[in-house]
Design a protein around this ligand. Structure first.
Ligand SMILES: [Zn+2]
Length: 328
């Protein structure tokens, strides 16, 4: 497969190139683009194809873009990364975008320096080697792109172009990586009076097509099983409402698995219903071409200006006990 072209250029300029010299009719021309979204694999790889009771099994559903919303591992051991990296290398997608989650402690250097001993005892992991696994030439050869917090644009072989905002960070919950105090807003531009300015705020609508975060926004697919609390981030909710991407995919709260479609006109969000038997048969929740779910067919280039809907997808692939009961 050809290398997907990765561009750091702001999407706005790409959109401008695309729009220039086009008529209104051609602006609506789109390119079918399938997204396959997974998260919270916690070292678990798809079951063999004969394990037909599991939706999360080989062969993996093909897509143009495979997104992993973080928590690649249970506790950041190199051996855990190796399994999921091998799976991603062979996964049938042109481009594979990956972020870390709170469990991937060895991808958060500052956290590991502080708490690595508590988590791993004296068997210290080689952080540089782990980072190299995700950002080095071997990952790139297989079109795996590890994303930090920020914005990146991509062009697929089909010519489809889209921009992603990514962030592995979520509100503090016990002692894990990539967390911030609930009072901190790292997703919105701060007024000048606030001393702590967000380093990478989520851009305004229509700059972003896909938001890829580990944690959910407050009130969206974020209810915990035990406490029944909404544990998503208030600030992320504000940011997603300001950004209005086509898709906001996330994981973290395994029991939140599912999808909602937000109508910005009515400001109402509606759960997307799926037939679970079909989901197991097809190895994913498949909805297309437009209302989003976990396996989504979207049309790029998006030209987001007219976006009326956003899809929220919570995509944990393992259950609360890190078993492969969930699906892409
Ligand atoms: Zn998590």
């Amino acid at each position: 497969m050809a290398d997907p072209k990765v561009s750091n250029a702001p999407r706005r300029s790409q959109v401008a190139n695309f729009v220039e010299g086009q008529t209104m009719t051609s602006i609506t021309q789109t390119i079918k683009t399938r997204l396959c979204i997974i998260s919270d694999t916690h070292g678990v790889v798809p079951k063999p194809s004969k394990a037909s009771e599991y939706a999360y099994r080989e062969p993996f559903p093909p897509s143009e873009v495979l997104l992993h919303c973080g928590d690649l591992t249970k506790v950041g051991y190199q051996t855990e990364y190796e399994g999921i990296l091998d799976f991603l290398k062979s996964a049938p997608a042109e481009l594979k975008l990956v972020i870390a989650g709170n469990h991937d402690i060895t991808l958060h250097e500052e956290f590991y320096e502080k708490s690595g001993k508590t988590k791993h005892g004296n068997t210290a992991e080689n952080l540089q080697r782990i980072r190299e696994m995700w950002t080095g030439s071997e990952a790139k050869k297989h079109n795996i792109i590890y994303l930090e917090e920020g914005t990146r644009s991509f062009i697929l072989k089909t010519g489809a172009t889209f921009t992603v905002y990514s962030s592995p960070w979520q509100p503090a919950y016990f002692d894990w990586a990539f967390t911030y105090p609930r009072s901190t807003d790292r997703f919105n531009p701060s007024p000048p009076v606030v001393s702590e300015k967000a380093a990478n705020p989520v851009p305004n609508h229509p700059a972003i097509d896909i938001m890829l975060t580990h944690g959910p926004p407050k009130g969206i697919l974020d209810v915990t099983f035990q406490e029944g609390e909404n544990v998503g981030c208030d600030h992320l909710r504000m940011a997603v409402e300001r950004c209005r991407p086509r898709v906001h995919c996330f994981g973290h709260i395994h029991e939140g698995w599912g999808a909602e479609r937000m109508d910005w006109g009515t400001q109402k969000s509606k759960k997307v219903e799926v037939d679970m038997e079909k989901v197991v048969e097809e190895k994913c929740a498949k909805v297309g071409p437009f209302p989003g779910f976990l396996y989504v067919e979207y049309r790029f280039p998006l030209l987001n200006q007219g976006t009326k809907y956003s899809s929220y997808c919570s995509t944990s692939s393992s259950n609360l006990h890190f078993r492969a009961s969930r699906i892409p």
